[in-house]
Design a protein around this ligand. Sequence first.
Ligand code: MF3
Ligand code: CO
Length: 249
Amino acid sequence: MIVLKTSRELICMQKACRISAGALKLIGESVKSGISTGELDRIAEDYIRSQGAVPNFKGYSGYPATACISINNEVIHGIPSNKRILKDGDIVSVDLGAAYEGYNGDNAATFAVGEISDEAKRLIDATRESLYEGIKAARAGGRIGDIGNAIQRYVEERGFSVVREFVGHGIGTKLHEAPEVPNYGTAGKGIRLMPGMTIAIEPMVNSGLPGVKTLSDGWTVQTVDGSLSAHFEHTVAITTDGPEILTVV
Ligand code: MF3
Ligand code: CO
């Protein structure tokens, strides 16, 4: 069931999303060679709690941390650890959210650690821009396939590939609500986009093959071919005035 949000609920969503975006920004500023992903996770959790919110990934399907932190060939759901130390040349994808007064925010970004390769820079830029292409396509009266099609075209034109096994999602009083929001598809297909829908759009893009595998820890998802992967996500409201990005500081 797709839950349409009232304007009062959108204000609640805005608050949760602003805290989520603040935590992600803080992590981006904290990323540096020598820091552990466990330390980054604590920084995110402390910030979210300091804002009177709760980390909404923690305990979700048994997930053990505030953030998912995935390095290089890891696509998503990397579990933070004091033993995972960032080093120069890494790219690090951070996905996190906050719940505030019962409403959820969710966002992600991939950051560079020090100087990274040109290929890694191109991948990060393409993934970030593909998210904005998807957001532009999230218009009332359009269809869910418009979003995925815009993302997929942008990514594939640049020689990269879109992960199929994981998708974006509706979001509201639950972290994951209907509908699914694939990062690939056909324009004009799928459910109709309506004002009041709040969705998390989150392209996961690989520099090589699109395939992924989940490790034996039950969470960490890696590219099948060892290629690099990037991930960007915003929570977006569909309004009569167009798409509104809620995960802004
Ligand atoms: N961040 C994921 C998403 O964007 C959800 C993470 S699953 C969790 O939908 F268990 F880690 F929370
Ligand atoms: Co999400």
